[in-house]
Design a protein around this ligand. Structure first.
Ligand code: HEC
Ligand code: HEC
Length: 221
């Protein structure tokens, strides 16, 4: 009986007391004092957000560093596919449709839109695109079977709801996406580093991963 008690006391010392001491020591010693405390997490987050809002000011290298740090903290394996879009999985699609612009996730448009886009490839926003029939079929299958209707992403559902059955040729013509960018001045979009609202991946640093959260927006100068 006595021995058991001793074992429990020792285990408690190892698993509770030592990490506690370490935590106290590191929080006292660290340069950003108090920043890591749980009650400050929200505050530090919102100051990050404020910083990003002020991105037009000239401290953008500082801003970039902060975004990079946030990137590391973010565990992509744990990303909730209900909040984000499923990343593109078809290499044929990426190859054929991702050379002029970023390969948009199929969940960004309803299948009706993708069908219209593929039918109209001979005049694709002024470009003539010729696909081999078998590739065209594979791309069509990939896009339509992963379109917004079949996505579990909340944003895809919002895009669909905002469309009310319409099938535009552009993601940037959907009311949901337009609403999300209504505060973005035209002068910013016209910057040579951006060029067009269609270049999602220029401002959304995590666009390739299907993540458009406003935390990961960085507008280049
Ligand atoms: C030869 C270059 C080229 C290729 C290849 C290409 N596109 Fe495009 N695509 C464009 C251009 C140019 C635009 C218009 C971009 C703009 O307005 O800034 C565009 C726009 C789009 C848009 C609308 C983006 C928005 O504003 O929401 C979609 C969707 C799209 N393309 C899908 C595809 C698909 C699917 C394929 C593959 C079959 C493809 N593209 C291949 C040149 C290309
Ligand atoms: C010029 C830079 C820029 C481009 C290009 C751009 N966005 Fe955005 N996007 C933003 C900004 C800024 C916001 C708003 C962030 C905020 O609310 O603070 C935003 C917000 C969003 C949101 C909502 C995020 C949220 O958390 O509510 C979505 C979804 C989104 N963008 C998708 C897209 C898609 C898809 C494209 C390409 C068709 C695109 N964006 C192109 C800058 C851009």
């Amino acid at each position: 009986m006595e021995i058991k008690k001793w074992i429990i006391a020792c285990a408690a010392l190892v698993f509770i007391a030592i990490p506690l001491c370490q935590a106290i020591a590191s929080s006292e010693g660290s340069e950003n004092e108090g920043k890591n405390k749980w009650y400050n997490l929200f505050n530090s987050d919102s100051s990050y957000y404020e910083d990003r809002r002020n991105k037009s000011s000239n401290n953008s290298s500082d801003n970039k560093r902060r975004i990079r740090r946030n990137h590391k903290k973010f565990n992509y394996k744990k990303t909730d596919s209900r909040r984000h879009f499923k990343p593109v999985e078809s290499s044929v699609y990426t190859q054929e449709c991702g050379s002029c612009h970023f390969a948009y996730q199929p969940g960004l448009l309803p299948s009706g839109s993708w069908k219209k886009i593929l039918v109209g490839l001979s005049d694709h926003f002024g470009e003539k695109i010729v696909l081999k029939p078998e590739l065209s079929l594979e791309i069509k299958h990939y896009l339509t079977s992963n379109a917004a209707e079949y996505s579990i992403s909340k944003r895809a559902a919002r895009i669909l709801r905002s469309l009310g059955g319409k099938t535009p040729l552009r993601i940037s013509d959907t009311p949901y996406i337009q609403r999300k960018h209504k505060d973005l001045p035209k002068s910013i979009i016209k910057r040579s580093s951006i060029g067009s609202i269609s270049n999602c991946n220029v401002c959304h640093m995590t666009a390739m991963r299907g993540i458009y959260s406003n935390r990961y927006v960085h507008i280049p100068n």
